[in-house]
Design a protein around this ligand. Structure first.
Ligand code: NAP
Length: 261
């Protein structure tokens, strides 16, 4: 394989739009998601639209063995991984004590632990070659605590802090780490999280953006090697406002917005 990009959750939503943008720039792709049927159809679509090769790997990132499986798969296919996009993620909603514990622990594995392991594994080769770019998908949730979505918000806070720190660690070695913070975006995320009645979907302060425009903002920032990018002016303003608002007020507003009904 030629220069390659690995995209987790590259089959629908923001990840799918990122996959097309990266393919358009001539990168071969390794797409990772669970649903094999979707993986196959996206492979077919991208290979027929762009002059690139697409490999697919069905893996469940809630399985702690998945990151190594992905790394070994890339190694076996002799891919020179120039871009890693840690995009796969999901949310849940409700009072934390009433949440399904197994699902909450899976969320930490997918949204946090797998992202940290994949970053570590692929960073090694990038630093050795003095070339590579990583895009981690966080959220505007990264900037404040989120009652009713406690674990999701906390995980995204980790992704922001972790990515910025690793950016500083490796920036002098020709490798950049960019963290993308989208606000509410039109994807399958809300149905999957069973939060279709949340005020997040109808918040006049942060109107929903398309996955296409969010992906473009993220990919442009990755190409420029920017450490942090917040998708859209409304989301940027909201993220800034949190810094000047008392913490107890921020918590109350987040609790109100995250109500699912
Ligand atoms: N949509 C929003 O409003 C929003 C806002 C801020 C941040 N984000 C973040 O943006 C990222 C992408 O979200 P999206 O909105 O595009 O979501 P989406 O439409 O639900 O897509 C999620 C993608 O991740 C994959 N995925 C989910 N769980 C997985 C697992 N256990 N193992 C492997 N792959 C898995 C899915 O494929 P399979 O189901 O086939 O596995 C799918 O390709 C996430 O990290 C999300 O937290 C989204």
């Amino acid at each position: 394989m030629a220069k390659t990009a690995i995209i987790t959750g590259g089959t629908v939503g923001i990840g799918y739009e990122l996959s097309k943008l990266i393919a358009a720039d001539g990168y071969d792709l390794i797409l990772v998601a669970r649903n094999e049927k979707t993986l196959k159809s996206v492979k077919k679509e991208i290979e027929s639209s762009y002059r690139v090769q697409v490999e697919t790997l069905s893996a469940d990132l809630s399985d702690p063995k998945a990151p190594k499986k992905i790394f070994d798969f890339a190694k076996k296919s002799k891919a020179v991984v120039e871009i890693l996009v840690n995009n796969a993620g999901f949310g849940t909603s409700g009072r934390y004590d009433r949440m399904d514990l197994e699902k909450e622990m899976d969320m930490i594995q997918v949204n946090v632990t797998a992202l940290a392991e994949l970053t570590h594994r692929f960073l090694q080769g990038m630093v050795e070659r003095k070339s590579g770019k990583i895009l981690n998908v966080a959220s505007t949730s990264s900037f404040q605590p989120g009652p009713n979505m406690a674990n999701y918000y906390a995980g995204k806070a980790y992704v922001l802090s972790f990515s910025e720190a690793v950016y500083e660690d490796v920036k002098d070695d020709g490798v950049t780490v960019t963290v993308l913070c989208p606000g509410p975006t039109k994807t399958e995320f809300f149905e999957r999280a069973d939060i279709t009645k949340s005020k997040l979907l109808n918040n006049p302060l942060a109107p929903m953006m398309s996955a296409q425009s969010v992906a473009k903002i993220g990919y442009d920032a990755l190409k420029k090697g920017k450490p942090v990018v917040i998708a859209g002016i409304f989301n940027w303003l909201l993220a800034q406002s949190v810094r000047f608002t008392p913490r107890f007020v921020v918590r109350k507003i987040a609790k109100f917005i995250n109500q699912n009904g």
